[in-house]
Design a binder for this molecule. Structure first.
Ligand code: ADP
Ligand code: MG
Length: 431
């Protein structure tokens, strides 16, 4: 790709990120991640030679009791959800006997756990992990993530680890940028260990652990690897008591072994539904439903909307060869989202033909207006912009639709379409 082609969008995006919407753009920008459970993350650490607490996923209350026996009776029962903050929300509890472990298992399974990371709707607990209870002397925080601005892996560490880390001041964290050509160096890790207040006996263990975590991070294409707490135990060991790993979705094609860790029930149900049709759908927090082909164009559409004062309710990439059925599904996913006030269709016909997209939309609209569809009638204007392969035919197909609920307007350019959609969303908001 030439520089000239790549730069305008990149520029626009970075300007927007600085001004507003960092989450929205970061999520929608093709930087999607796959999260896994704590017990799975620990399994991965173990494979890279990092010592972790003994633990097992219980399959029944009886199994929880047997596991507790195996670990000497004293265990921690841990609800497995893709969110942190479980300790404070009652999702990590100590059991002093096998019976307590069994009853906590019963209590946890199926409960809705609301932590400060789940949002008010909480997350249902479907898996329960039993771990040996260890005696902690001090809790640290340690994470690896990608610093895109400096093109480095950022290591963040703090002596204020544990459940209250979010309340810790910025000054409580040390940040080291790791040069990917060098990896973590003994010199910088020693300095970090000293700043964390680790005594000399612990420093070598710390360096060894960071080296291995770095290997996990780079070998598995992680976007985040967070250990909180990294605990110094009363017996002197340094162990990760919790671990959160997110993988870069774009690199998953080269890690088929990691796909087995995907827990589809943890994601948004719409995202799972969409994936069955080859669609990439990510819920965002705006009110304009977007249907676009290609991740780059979808990103640019979100940018264009933001520039015109609109916000998208979703990122939706129809993909390269979307069928009529996939388009129909995409459209119904958008209109089932009650927040959507306006729909913006932005299709640059290539392999995906505009008339196929239009036919899918027409079918979805026909379906929505039949009694079998459980949607209450509401007014959702559509703004469509077709360009490229069979744009004219696509437009004619949509023009033929006369539906009160979905009045359709057309735009020639992406910017014009974004302007119309943002205005319409504002107008709908005032209705
Ligand atoms: P979350 O981050 O979701 O709150 P953690 O796994 O970090 O969950 O557990 C919360 C707290 O529980 C930890 O900060 C630690 O103090 C304690 N804890 C977790 N696992 C163990 C363990 N195996 N032994 C002793 N304490 C533990
Ligand atoms: Mg934790």
């Amino acid at each position: 790709m030439t520089k000239g082609l790549a730069s305008p969008k990149t520029c626009l995006r970075s300007v927007l990120i600085e001004e507003d919407g960092i989450h929205r753009l970061a999520r929608g920008g093709g930087r999607r991640t796959m999260n896994i459970h704590e017990y799975q993350a620990k399994e991965i650490l173990g494979r890279y030679g990092i010592a972790v607490p003994r633990g097992r996923l219980a399959v029944s209350a009886r199994d929880a009791a047997i596991t507790a026996d195996e670990f000497g009776g004293h265990v921690v029962v841990k609800a497995q959800i893709h969110a942190g903050g479980r300790g404070k929300a009652g999702g990590v509890r100590f059991a002093a006997t096998r019976d307590e472990a069994a009853s906590l298992y019963e209590e946890f399974l199926g409960m809705r756990l609301i932590t400060r990371q789940t949002g008010p709707e909480g997350a249902r607990v479907r898996r329960v992990y039993i771990e040996e209870a260890l005696s902690i002397a001090k809790e640290y925080y340690l994470s690896l993530s990608i610093d895109r601005k400096h093109a480095r892996i950022a290591l963040l560490a703090s002596a204020a680890g544990g459940g209250d880390v979010e309340e810790a001041s910025q000054g409580a964290f040390a940040r080291v940028l790791i040069d990917p050509c060098l990896g973590p160096t003994a010199h910088s890790m020693r300095a970090l260990a000293v700043s964390l207040g680790l005594e000399s006996a612990c420093r070598r263990m710390f360096f060894g652990m960071v080296q291995k975590l770095y290997e996990v991070f780079t070998s598995c294409d992680c976007s985040l690897l967070e250990i909180n707490p990294l605990a110094r135990l009363s017996d002197g060991r340094l162990l990760p008591l919790d671990c959160k790993i997110s993988f870069d979705d774009n690199a998953l094609f080269r890690h088929s072994e990691l796909l087995a860790y995907r827990d589809i029930e943890e994601g948004a149900p719409e995202e799972f539904e969409a994936s069955k049709y080859g669609l990439t759908y990510v819920k965002l927090d705006g009110d304009i439903g977007c249907m676009v082909n290609g991740a780059g164009l979808a990103m640019a559409t979100l940018d264009a909307l933001l520039l015109r004062g609109g916000t998208s309710a979703n990122f939706l990439d129809l993909g390269g060869g979307a069928s009529k059925e996939a388009v129909r599904k995409a459209f119904s996913l958008i209109i089932e989202d009650r927040r959507v006030k306006v729909i913006l269709i932005n299709v640059l016909g290539g392999i995906v033909r505009c008339d196929v997209v239009a036919a899918g939309v027409a079918e979805a609209i026909a379906e929505a207006s039949t009694a079998s569809y459980a949607l209450p009638k509401r007014h959702i204007p559509i703004v469509a912009r077709f360009a490229g392969n069979r744009a004219g035919e696509g437009r004619s197909l949509l023009e033929a639709i006369k539906d009160d609920v979905f009045p359709i307007r057309f735009a020639e350019t992406m910017d014009a379409a974004a302007t119309l959609a943002a205005e319409a969303a504002g107008a709908e908001g005032r209705r």
